[in-house]
Ligand binder design. Sequence first.
Ligand code: ZN
Length: 396
Amino acid sequence: MTGRAALLLSLAAVAGCTTTAGDAPDPAAVHRRLLVLDTHLDTPLNFDRQGWSFADRHTLESDLVQLDLPRMRDGNLDGGFFAIYTAQGPLTPEGYRDALAHARKRSDAIDRVIGENAAVIRPARTAGEAEALNRDGKLIAFKSMENSYPLGEDLSLLAEFYRRGVRLAGPVHSLNNQFADSATDKPSWNGLSPLGRQWVKEMNRLGIVIDASHSSDATFDQLLELSATPLLLSHSSPRAAFDHPRNLDDARIRRLAAKAGAICMSTIFLSPMNLTERRAALFDKYEHIESLSPPEQAELVRQWVELDRTERMWSTTFEHYMAALRHLIGVAGVDHVCFGADWDGGGGIEGLRDITGLPAITARLLAAGYSRADIEKMTSGNVLRILRAAEAAKEK
Ligand SMILES: [Zn+2]
């Protein structure tokens, strides 16, 4: 929402109404006025890609990317958490060293790309900074860390990433690591490792929000018990909608909500992941797209789009997504739901293929009777509240 839109809206609120009597609010206009954040953006995978610019308009068909600055305007995505994603590797000094180098490089790439587009988008380190940027009509770039593997066994490195702007981080990705068990691996720690328990303390001390997406159930339980501040799940779905360990069951959703946390609805794992051998090979290439020449990238895009014509990664429909979202809201309540579709990291479904589809969610929520205020809690308010809680509890 731009500063001007905010002003107009507050004037309308003073006047006592936002529409003339009898008119239903125009969903597209309501969506445009919301502050909308997404908690897990894998778009930085593309930031070091040769010949690719975040400032240009792209399409899925042209280069597989779901988010760029022009489309953020189209979908009124005001910002989100740009992820430093690190694939899990060996738990060895060499593995840690390589992962740390990768994470620093990715963090630098985020800084560079956001810096190059400072007229449009700026970094945010606090909830207040994000709100101020929004009032100034700027897009918001928070930074997050998906997988704490790059820290190795040196927790003092968390302070480095805090200084680099990281305000949300998860302990683990799709395989167990030195901190915790993953949702998609066999238990080795039965939750957090002893080092993982220290990681929680250091996260709380620094004021970084803990992201429990990708954590196993036992890891989630222990994070919830140990963390002094509310948890966020940056990209997870309700298990009731699809029984998969990456999703959260209703009892855990209720316990998360009881401790003031929030779960950000994903578009992934709402149906079986159709990760055929061919898709997996292409996905692997996509994760290393910065190492491909422009002709190699073009070939990857061609093969991906061709495969999409015969088999899709997810069979989820928009109706299925909305039903799952309504279930999540019903269980958690509007104060404990947020959005993290996993854009550019495997997310996107039929009817919601990139961020330009976001207004359709708001339209459906309005039609289901949710107020503008309730919807805005879910599109940003809950996330900002949790960031503030971490900031407030931080050791001064
Ligand atoms: Zn993920």
